[in-house]
Design a protein. Structure first.
Length: 345
């Protein structure tokens, strides 16, 4: 089913964050009728209101934990992009129930309100940390995905498409390592690194927006989308950032792995990859529509074609295309934030 973005009313939860604000700016260029920013931070909303200055923007103060504030924002929307979440891994380890309240219960409020108010398409933002999760943030995002899929099954005949997009590391997003490296190099000429051998996917905010836009317009309910992306080690990324900063031999202080941190990112489990459709630039994992009646599968099994999950690798930052320092530096030069940084020097 193809849906139109032009003239649509779009609600973005967590709309003042890196994903949400980038999505809002992009949608305004696509001829949307209205963009509703739903978040709990009035200072960020005010800053965004003045920075964008577009009469099609509407700002709704509220929290995804509060069902009534969610309903007020979503009622009358055509499309919903659900980006609101607690995302910091270490803080999630210390306050897991806060993460549960926002990432699971809050997400359920958003999805339910979208179905009840006949939204055409809701796209939920997830993370690599939901695959084989080892930390509270990843576990709650995994359960957010399960909640979305369960509601997709429950409302399979609804006019509302419920889909999930899953991303790895997004370059220069709020709290990411690239702006931190640049600041540290500027302040001291050295950086702090958890583990130089860690690998991370490298994806721009613009690339993430493209996939969400595709999901808005094309997703069948229950679809999960993953965008393919190259990766590098943290050590290679640091060397590329140091070149851009003009620092030849940066000092490196290895501080060790933080609470709940993983050595590499996984965007698809081997089980998901066994059923995924390769669409070229990304993977689509369709909804598992089996019921709780497992008797047919005990007798016949689930047909995976020529593939078996036991023979398929997960899609990770260890086994995707690996970039060297020159390639990472070239990639960084395509980022508007890096271009602005270099222009200001």
């Amino acid at each position: 089913m193809t849906r139109s973005i032009k003239d649509a009313v779009v609600t973005i939860t967590g709309g003042t964050g890196s994903f949400g604000s980038t999505m809002a700016k992009h949608l305004l260029t696509q001829g949307v009728g209205e963009v509703r920013i739903f978040s709990r931070d009035e200072a960020k909303q005010d800053a965004m209101r003045h920075a964008i200055g577009d009469s099609r923007m509407r700002f709704h103060l509220g929290d995804v934990r509060n069902e009534q504030s969610v309903i007020r924002a979503i009622r009358g929307s055509d499309l919903v992009f659900h980006a609101a979440a607690l995302k910091q891994v270490p803080s999630g380890e210390f306050f897991p129930m806060e993460t549960v309240a926002t990432n699971i219960h809050g997400s359920a409020n958003v999805i339910r309100a979208s179905v009840e108010h006949q939204v055409k398409s809701i796209v939920c933002l997830s993370t690599d940390k939901a695959v084989y999760p080892i930390n509270a943030m990843g576990m709650t995002k995994a359960l957010m995905e399960k909640t979305a899929m369960a509601m997709a099954r429950e409302f399979i005949d609804s006019d509302t498409s419920i889909s999930v997009t899953r991303y790895g590391n997004v370059m220069y997003s709020r709290g990411s390592v690239i702006p931190l490296f640049l600041k540290q190099l500027s302040d001291t000429g050295g950086v702090t690194v958890t583990d130089p051998k860690m690998t991370r996917f490298l994806m721009s905010l613009a690339e993430s927006v493209d996939l969400v836009k595709y999901a808005f317009t094309q997703a069948e309910t229950g679809d999960l989308f993953v965008r393919k992306a190259p990766a590098s080690t943290v050590e290679v990324l640091l060397q590329a950032v140091a070149r851009i900063a003009g620092v030849e031999n940066p000092g490196v202080d290895i501080i060790g792995v933080r609470h709940g941190e993983k050595l590499y990112e996984s965007l698809l489990s081997s089980e998901e990859r066994a059923t995924a459709e390769d669409l070229g630039g990304y993977y689509r994992v369709p909804l598992d529509t089996r019921s709780l009646d497992y008797k047919p599968y005990f007798e016949e099994g689930l047909d995976l074609g020529d593939d078996s999950a036991s023979e398929i690798e997960a899609y990770t930052s260890h086994n995707t295309q690996r970039l060297d320092v020159d390639e990472v530096e070239a990639l960084l030069h395509t980022l508007p934030e890096i271009q602005a940084y270099l222009a200001a020097r």
